[in-house]
Write a protein that binds this ligand. Structure first.
Ligand SMILES: Cc1cc2nc3c(=O)[nH]c(=O)nc-3n(C[C@H](O)[C@H](O)[C@H](O)COP(=O)(O)O)c2cc1C
Length: 164
């Protein structure tokens, strides 16, 4: 996924592969962002940002975004990304992404030991024109898995009906 911030008036975006759902229905999302990332300090100082979910057609650009720093380049200009104003945070949404999730940092206690930010979504947007978005998932070594067929096992989710 992509993570945007707005720090001292400047928007920035980075690529983030180490992330996970932590909790629902009051959701929390955890992202590992190291101090080598310009966005790390931006998130520490502002406490807010956006998680943007790109589609497979954006994969090469997403990798390129993760190979340069907002400390050196304006990545929105460099990669021809369109920043869109959100509602709850200063950081921009990224146009063209299937989803954009505005987040506040909910807990910073794991940042020092693990570079792990626990982030609480405060507003989520989806691009309804993308009816069958194909997402992609980092395998950790520069290879990616694309979304494939969906199998429906809802009838077996007997203990978890509230999720369906
Ligand atoms: C596929 C991919 C996944 C990445 N995942 C992470 C990650 O989970 N955490 C992290 O700190 N950096 C990750 N990076 C590296 C950052 O995106 C990279 O350091 C980037 O330059 C940071 O941008 P910034 O300095 O503008 O914040 C990843 C890079 C790529 C290409």
């Amino acid at each position: 996924m992509l993570v945007t911030t707005q720090h001292r008036g400047t928007p920035n975006v980075m690529t983030n592969g180490f992330n996970m759902m932590v909790r629902h229905p009051r959701p929390l999302v955890a992202c590992t962002m190291g101090p080598w990332d310009h966005n790390h300090q931006a998130l520490v100082e502002t406490g807010e940002g956006v998680i943007s979910i790109p589609t497979a057609d954006m994969a090469a650009t997403v990798v390129d975004i993760g190979n340069c720093s907002g400390a050196d380049v304006d990545k929105f200009a460099e990669f021809d990304l369109t920043a869109v104003a959100g509602a709850e945070v200063q950081a921009p949404l990224v146009a063209g992404c299937f989803a954009n999730i505005e987040c506040k940092v909910a807990d910073s206690s794991l940042v020092a030991p693990y570079n792990l930010f626990l982030r609480e979504p405060v507003r989520a947007w989806t691009d309804r024109s993308q009816t069958q978005p194909q997402l992609f998932h980092h395998r950790g070594d520069g290879t990616f898995t694309l979304d494939g067929p969906t199998i429906d096992l809802k009838e077996r989710m007997t203990k978890w009906q509230y999720l369906l």
